[in-house]
Each structure stands twice: as structure tokens, then as C-alpha cells.
Design a binder for this molecule. Structure first.
Ligand SMILES: Cc1cc2nc3c(=O)[nH]c(=O)nc-3n(C[C@H](O)[C@H](O)[C@H](O)COP(=O)(O)OP(=O)(O)OC[C@H]3O[C@@H](n4cnc5c(N)ncnc54)[C@H](O)[C@@H]3O)c2cc1C
Length: 477
């Protein structure tokens, strides 16, 4: 399906709070759909972070549709496998193989991309489409009824609709659901620490060179923590992500990202991991979100909408967090490209929520479950079951496609298929076919009725004038 060139015949003003992946992507799709877009971002420019993102097929497919195929071909790395290892020994106990026969069915790849690359591509798309992006603009409050955003400078900007794309600690979300939805950290909660090591540095270390050999991701599963790594940016960087509890609360200093005191006994790690952690440059530390999906993605006024991490609450650096932000943007652009009359705005806003809520309600638990499986406590019975299951599955999964056990593949892929096969544009198109056309017909009926009423009252007026004239003529006669 090619990216649609359909534009709305009624153009709205959108303010987007936050210019991360979800904000820039929404700026692009809404501008392309024919709307005026102003992005307000507190940072000084597009993020240049060197950490890595996993782009699952449901995200890669949309990026490709948006015309980013050449950039992906140049910088993204096509994944062939995720290897599950024990963090303490490095032993490979499991594998998720991206058999090309399965991936062909998705029509898109599992890719490793650099966070900064994705931000700069989306920034270029949004600017080229004509969006306005203002950096160093911190939004300090929004008025959901007056539909305005106030900046730290005191300036207030009005619009027709506001998108909250301001991430996990979203200020806009507070006004939509009345709470930040970030649970207060406790000892067992996982913090996400993101960083990278330059490939030239990795190559200088004999024990690390093997990590670059295959386009695969290594997932080192530890005692209540997980560390994963893969190459990004055309093999120029090696991305490392740690999800671990902290020994003491992390205080974010102004601007600089400090090394948090994560609760992992470094001496217990396999030698490669110890070396990687020594070399890693940290680019971001994220606070754990709440595990409850949001009850609403839209403010009662119908004028404020949440997208990306502000809406999905998926822990950062999981498989689907950036992907769902991309899906949100595709859904909004698709729906709002059909806008013809201002009466349709509430229905399109509700449609966004109706489409995205069930998707997020499926993705969030799936992501949390996967995170839980790879961070099971040492010596727990569940961990023993997990490892023996992984070992048994690996014996099958690494086989050629022809020889692999069909039942096992189906079991292994069942959930992934639901995640990867989702096509945000197709879902929005389906919604339109089912409900949107109806909305159009209703609108048309209402318009025809109003024209009929006008004609009727025009005709009645003519009759009255004729009667008055008749009466006058009669009087004269
Ligand atoms: C600097 C940074 C680096 C990251 N690096 C990685 C990575 O390497 N790998 C990975 O998997 N994930 C990374 N993430 C997380 C990842 O971006 C998100 O999990 C996911 O992509 C969701 O994106 P988002 O656009 O919804 O939210 P975010 O990426 O959190 O973007 C939100 C944006 O809103 C801006 N903002 C917040 N509040 C305000 C306000 N009041 N006024 C104006 N602007 C505001 C923020 O500055 C930010 O740019 C990173 C996030 C950030 C912010």
C-alpha cells in the first residue's frame, strides 16, 4: 500500500507538544494530510542519541511507506536472530530466528536502527511536508477547553487540537487523565539505561569482536535484570541497553546523564558484558512507567489527544514502544486526511481512540510479559522452566525452515504475528469503510435536509409575499 496523497478539504491547526519520535511522525502525517502543524519541543534540536531501537515489521512497514526505504537500506541492519544468553556465563540457551519465509509474510523486516537516525529522518520528513518546529519551547500548561498551550516564556498559543507527544512523564497526560500515571519507583522496578559503544572501540577488544559478526541481537538474561546489545547505524555503533533495578534513586542532574547505580553485581557477569559496560557511553536513563493502561487517550473536551509514550506507557527500549508511536501517527494522519466538515472532528477524534485503545491494551501486557520472562530471579522455579523450554525450542528453531517443527513455530510465533502483522493504515481504512462512509452519508443527509429547509422557508416566504401582493392588489381593485 503506497503512502496516501489524500488531503483534507478542511484544514485544522494542530499543536504537538514534544518532538520525539511520536511528535515528529505525527507532524509529518498530519501536515501531509493537509493540516497546519506546530511542534513545541523543549530540547534544543532533534535528538542525536546513538542508542539503538528495534524496528519490528509493523514499524518498518510504515517507515518504508513514508519513503524512508533508501535511509533504511543505508543505515538499518536487518536482524536474523535474537539469541538468549545467561548473563553470568554467556551460554546461549535460546534463539528466536527470523526465518525469511515468515518475514516474507509480513512484507517488512525486523530492523536495528539508531535512535538519532530515526529522529533526523522524521525531522526531515516533517520539515519537507511543511510543519513548523520550535525548539527550546517548554510547554508548562495546556488549556483543554480553550485549546491552548502556554510556554515557560509566558507565551500562549491557540489551536484547534493539541497532541500530547511529550513522552512517559507527559504533562499533557496529566490534563487528560488527571494523573501522571507513573508509579513511584520501588526496589524491584526496572530502570532503563540506554547507551552505545563505537564499533571501532568494540573491534579493538578481542573478546568483543564476535558480537559484530552476525546481524543478531544478544539478550543476556540475569537475576532480575536484562542487558541487550546489537549493532546500529550501518555497524558504526554497538547499542547497549540495561533494564535493572537501582540500588538508590536516580537523580537526573541538569542536562548531563550520570551513570546510575544499577543493582547488578558486575563481577558476576560474563567477561564480554563486563567489558561492554566499562566501555558504554550512557545516553538516556528512563523512569519506569505504571503498568496500567490508560483509561482514556482523549480529554473530555475532545480537543486533546495523546500519542506515543504519553499514551502507551510501554517501558522504553522495548520492541514496541517507538513502533506504537509510529502507528499512532499513521492512524491520525489517515483519519484526519478525510476531514471535510468541522462537524466530523469529534467523530474522527473518537475513531482514533476507538482504534488505538484495543491495540495498546494488547501491546502493553505483551511487552511487560516479555520483559518479565527475561528478568526472572536466579534460582526461581520459573527460571528453570524458562531455560529448559528455551533450550528445547532452540534445538528446533535453529534448524532450516524445512526441518523446523511446525507446531513449535506456530506456538513461538503466535503472539509475534499479532504484533508484527498489524497495519495501522489498513485498520484506519477499515474503520472508514465501516463507519466513516456512514458519517459522510449522515453529514450529506443533514446538509440536504438543511438545503431543503432553506428552500422550504424560501418557498414559504415567496408564498407569503405573493399573498401580501394579492391582498394589496385586491384592496386596490
Ligand atoms: C533523549 C532520548 C533518547 C532516547 N534514546 C532511546 C534509544 O536509544 N533507544 C530506545 O529504544 N529508546 C530511546 N528513547 C525512548 C524512546 O524514544 C521512546 O520510548 C519512544 O520512542 C517514544 O517516543 P515519544 O516520542 O513518544 O516520547 P519521547 O521519545 O520521550 O519524546 C518526548 C519528547 O517530548 C519532549 N517534551 C517533554 N515534555 C515537554 C514539554 N513540557 N514541552 C516541550 N517538550 C517536551 C521531550 O524533550 C522529548 O523530546 C529515548 C528517548 C529520549 C527522550
Amino acid at each position: 500500500m503506497a503512502s496516501s496523497s489524500r488531503t483534507a478539504s478542511l484544514s485544522l491547526q494542530f499543536i504537538i507538544v514534544g518532538g520525539g519520535i511520536a511528535g515528529l511522525a505525527s507532524a509529518f502525517t498530519l501536515r501531509k494530510a493537509g493540516h497546519q502543524v506546530l511542534v513545541l519541543e523543549k530540547a534544543s534540536g532533534p535528538a542525536k542519541v546513538r542508542g539503538g531501537l528495534r524496528s519490528p515489521p509493523n514499524m518498518s512497514r510504515i517507515l518504508d511507506r513514508w519513503g524512508l526505504g533508501p535511509e533504511l537500506a543505508q543505515y538499518a541492519i536487518k536482524g536474523s536472530e535474537i539469541s538468549f544468553r545467561l548473563a553470568e556465563t554467556g551460554e546461549k540457551v535460546g534463539a528466536m530466528v527470523f526465518h525469511k519465509e515468515i518475514m516474507k509474510g509480513f512484507g517488512a523486516d525486523w530492523l536495528y536502527v539508531q535512535y538519532g537516525d530515526v529522529c533526523s529522518w522524521l525531522y526531515a520528513l516533517a520539515i519537507e511536508a511543511g510543519a513548523t518546529i520550535r525548539y527550546e519551547c517548554e510547554v508548562i500548561s495546556i488549556d483543554p477547553y480553550g485549546v491552548s498551550a502556554t510556554l515557560s516564556t509566558g507565551e500562549t498559543i491557540k489551536s484547534d487540537l493539541i497532541l500530547g507527544a511529550d513522552g512517559l512523564t507527559s504533562l499533557v497526560r496529566r490534563s487528560v487523565v488527571g494523573r501522571t500515571s507513573l508509579s513511584s519507583p520501588n526496589a524491584s522496578q526496572l530502570y532503563i539505561i540506554n547507551g552505545s559503544v563505537k564499533t571501532e572501540v568494540v573491534k579493538r577488544h578481542e573478546i568483543l569482536r564476535d558480537l559484530l559478526r552476525e546481524p543478531e541481537m544478544h539478550m543476556w538474561m540475569g537475576d532480575r535484570y536484562v542487558i541487550y546489545g546489537h549493532a546500529v547505524h550501518g555497524y558504526q555503533d554497538y547499542s547497549v541497553t540495561i533494564a535493572a533495578p537501582l540500588r538508590r534513586p536516580y537523580i537526573r542532574s541538569n542536562g548531563d546523564v550520570e551513570v546510575p547505580d544499577f543493582d547488578v553485581d558486575r563481577n558476576s557477569l560474563e567477561p564480554r558484558l563486563q567489558r561492554l559496560l566499562d566501555l558504554m557511553e550512557i545516553s538516556d536513563v528512563a523512569t519506569p512507567p505504571s503498568q496500567e493502561p490508560l483509561e482514556s487517550l482523549v480529554h473530555d473536551s475532545g480537543k486533546v489527544i495523546l500519542v506515543g509514550s504519553a499514551a502507551n506507557l510501554i517501558p522504553p527500549c522495548q520492541t514496541q514502544d517507538a513502533a506504537t508511536g509510529i502507528e499512532d501517527a499513521a492512524t491520525l494522519g489517515n483519519l484526519f486526511s478525510r476531514l471535510r466538515l468541522s462537524e466530523q472532528i469529534p467523530s474522527l477524534v473518537s475513531a482514533y481512540e476507538e482504534i488505538r485503545q484495543p491495540r495498546l491494551a494488547e501491546v502493553l501486557p505483551s511487552e511487560l510479559r516479555k520483559q518479565q520472562q527475561v528478568t526472572l530471579p536466579a534460582n526461581s522455579a520459573l527460571r528453570v522452566i524458562r531455560d529448559s523450554g528455551l533450550r528445547a525450542a532452540m534445538a528446533q528453531a535453529v534448524l532450516d525452515w524445512e526441518q523446523a517443527d511446525e507446531e513449535l513455530l506456530r506456538e513461538q510465533w503466535d503472539e509475534y504475528i499479532r504484533m508484527f502483522d498489524y497495519d495501522a493504515d489498513e485498520v484506519a481504512d477499515d474503520w472508514w469503510i465501516k463507519w466513516g462512509k456512514l458519517m459522510d452519508v449522515e453529514q450529506q443527509n443533514r446538509q440536504e435536509e438543511s438545503i431543503r429547509q432553506q428552500r422550504l422557508s424560501g418557498a414559504q416566504m415567496q408564498i407569503s409575499i405573493a399573498r401580501v401582493l394579492d391582498r394589496r392588489m385586491g384592496m386596490r381593485a
